[in-house]
Design a protein around this ligand. Sequence first.
Ligand SMILES: NC(=O)C1=CN([C@@H]2O[C@H](COP(=O)(O)OP(=O)(O)OC[C@H]3O[C@@H](n4cnc5c(N)ncnc54)[C@H](OP(=O)(O)O)[C@@H]3O)[C@@H](O)[C@H]2O)C=CC1
Ligand SMILES: CCCCC/C=C/C=O
Length: 333
Amino acid sequence: MVKAKRFILVKRFVGFPKPTDLKLVEEELPPIKDGEFLAEAIYLSVDPYLRKKVSSFPVGDTMVGTQVAKIIESKNPKFPVGKHVVGQAGFGWRTHTISNGELTAEGLNSAVLIDLADLPLSLALGILGMPGYSAYFGFLEMLQPKAGEWLVISGAAGAVGNVVGQLAKIKGLKVIGIAGSDEKGKWLKKELGFDHFINYKTQDVGAELQRIVPEGVELYFDNVGGDVSTAVMNNMKTFGRITSCGSISNYNDTELKVVPLQHALVSRQLKMRGFQIVSLANRWNEAFKQNLEWIQQGKLKYRETITEGFHNMFNAFIDMLNGRNFGKAIVKV
Ligand SMILES: NC(=O)C1=CN([C@@H]2O[C@H](COP(=O)(O)OP(=O)(O)OC[C@H]3O[C@@H](n4cnc5c(N)ncnc54)[C@H](OP(=O)(O)O)[C@@H]3O)[C@@H](O)[C@H]2O)C=CC1
Ligand SMILES: CCCCC/C=C/C=O
């Protein structure tokens, strides 16, 4: 018998999540059936979308989330013992999972075999996983960037943002990153080649943009929404293009705030495009292959903030919401 640990939701998050909203429980797993396999978690991902998802999540269910796991028992020839998978639907915040690897209603594989050669397996949760694909499609496809254009990225030092900035440098753009600490700014400029950095906690974003690019920027990749985005949009060129990837600045709000975007949109004739990376699930492999190639060529760098211990899942999640992560926030079991 295998004992699995898992976090269940005991109270839906209201405002900033509290440790008492989740509970760590143990359960004995049944023997696996034909077509199933048993996987043991190695790395788990903590992502901003979890905060949003839990607003409508059934109390008592295992907390959702993606993980990298090793197959330790199998009655499914497609998932042999010893191989690794990225576990999505049916996995979540748990140490051991029984899965059949089938497609979910959303068209996502519940488990996908991975082989990253000599690269760390945890990258399958970051630059070679969902956040890396969001950067790839959200930037290259939604924004249709051209060499020489100016790009502003909010949430620039996070899992998605830092990859967007690096892709933009590969494509010959000029990049301004916005994030919440000068240490993050140093990393973005010195190691990743960003051209400019704005600390939204200590600087006036609009005034800084005005100083750096008085004529206005062409492109904006938005991870945070809120006042930062209003300031950026009011410093864009006519016909500027925006990808709305997320709005983490309001995920913990209990009341909906009105953010005045229309003035900038209308007066500057901007084009704003949102996207859901799950809708592009059938093309994820394209982004995987290209990001992998650029990593192997030394054109894309990766950074992770790793928290040790499954019992620290909640702390890692809160640390990410509070901006303590550089690059991808990961938990190592
Ligand atoms: N549309 C889609 O399909 C997808 C959307 N997303 C979205 O992309 C965004 C980035 O995700 P991801 O890269 O995984 O997360 P990150 O790794 O960027 O982590 C979240 C970051 O958000 C920043 N942050 C927290 N609170 C605020 C705030 N009030 N204002 C501004 N910044 C804040 C923090 O950095 P700092 O120190 O700078 O404050 C923190 O590090 C999120 O909005 C997420 O929901 C992600 C994947 C897919
Ligand atoms: C594997 C599920 C990924 C969902 C990412 C969604 C982000 C939305 O904001």
